[in-house]
Design a binder for this molecule. Sequence first.
Ligand code: UD1
Ligand code: UDP
Length: 399
Amino acid sequence: MKKKKLLAIFGTRPEAIKLAPIIEAARTSSVLDCAVAVTGQHREMLDQVNDLFGINPDYDLNVFARKQTLNKLVSRIIDGLDVVFDDCQPDAVVVQGDTTSAVAGAIAAFYRGIPVIHAEAGLRSYNLLSPFPEEANRKLASQLAVLHLAPTMFNKRNLLREAIEESTIVVTGNTVIDALFMTLERKVAFSDERLNRLEHSGRRIVTVTTHRRENHGEKMSGIARAISEIARAEPQTEFVLPLHLNPEVRDRIIPEIEGLINVTVTAPLNYAEFTKLLNLSTAVLTDSGGVQEEAPSLGIPVLVMRSNTERPEGIVAGTVKLVGTVTEDIVRETRAILNDESLYTAMATSANPYGDGRAAERSIAAIEKLFGIGDGAAEFDSWDPNEDELRQAASLIER
Ligand code: UD1
Ligand code: UDP
């Protein structure tokens, strides 16, 4: 039988990390042939991941440009993908998550009559403006997909509420946990000598990442002031910021923390080095989606610097707390977990609400079933809230 052609389309760091396990698993499938098209929405940060996982894209739209508008990005991706589809002739495409590359990939495929598979489907904050534009992107992708790979039962329930046909949803776990497990096995040294020294100093490390578009501007300065204040108040603790390359982020953060001896700003770390840093950390301050999912697996408390989250599972599991973006709140909550041992211990329990490392295997089984091959796989067994818990979850995702 001729193999079915699957085309993975992605453009940013987190999509690359989360699709890598699916691409790897597809390559061992006897019925799938998997091609890769990168949009180049990110450049260095995307290439870093592809290099690590040994992914050599078959197509690269190379749309990267500093400070281009979302509309420009979408139009260039859609235009570029038309040419890719002519050459590749995919039987289906897989897009991941809620980025511009994901939604543009879904629209481009849909307009060409190519079935869309959506990985990491069903995450919702129920606020169209936060995260912006991701909440809209993922809702649009859900409308276009024929197969929804939902990480958790909670995500599946969000889709069912939107009248997505149940038979098209499969609960797989999040492939980020597969990627995390695959990557932690690599024993790497930091390429930044300062991090090697920190690792061997035995000092307490807090890792910080921030980049969310709705936190740009004054909120980002407030986050930076919070880091500065905490670093001054906690001189025994080292703060490491692998900073996103976006100048909107760098220009707000760097001036506030320059000169602080217990703060280390680095370039974005490759995924192997970043997961190693996470593993060495006492706590994480972040507005990242992926980091919220990874840290619970490692038993690292996470303080989420956002006013909402689409990921209540980590909060329910007890390892994640939503602290918002107000400087004083970030300072108070961070100092609390650094100084209150019982609070810290309660949060530092390892939990795997987002996956068990087998999400790619389940995704491939679901994709093969879509093509009429096999029966699919048993779903990932995740937290399945009842009506009361669902109502409670609605209050957990907003601060
Ligand atoms: C994008 C996604 C966001 C995701 C994030 C992951 C959208 C709308 N947003 O946001 O959902 O959480 O990626 O990091 O799709 N830059 C570089 N080199 C790189 C990458 C970025 O210089 O390799 C700089 C450029 O100046 C670029 C800017 O960062 O203009 C912003 O990149 P962009 O992809 O527009 O948005 P992100 O904030 O990264
Ligand atoms: N990450 C990385 N290097 C870094 C910072 C983060 O590899 O310097 C990884 C992190 O482990 C997670 C992913 O990037 O898997 C998250 O990406 P990001 O925070 O940019 O996007 P989001 O998840 O918020 O969409």
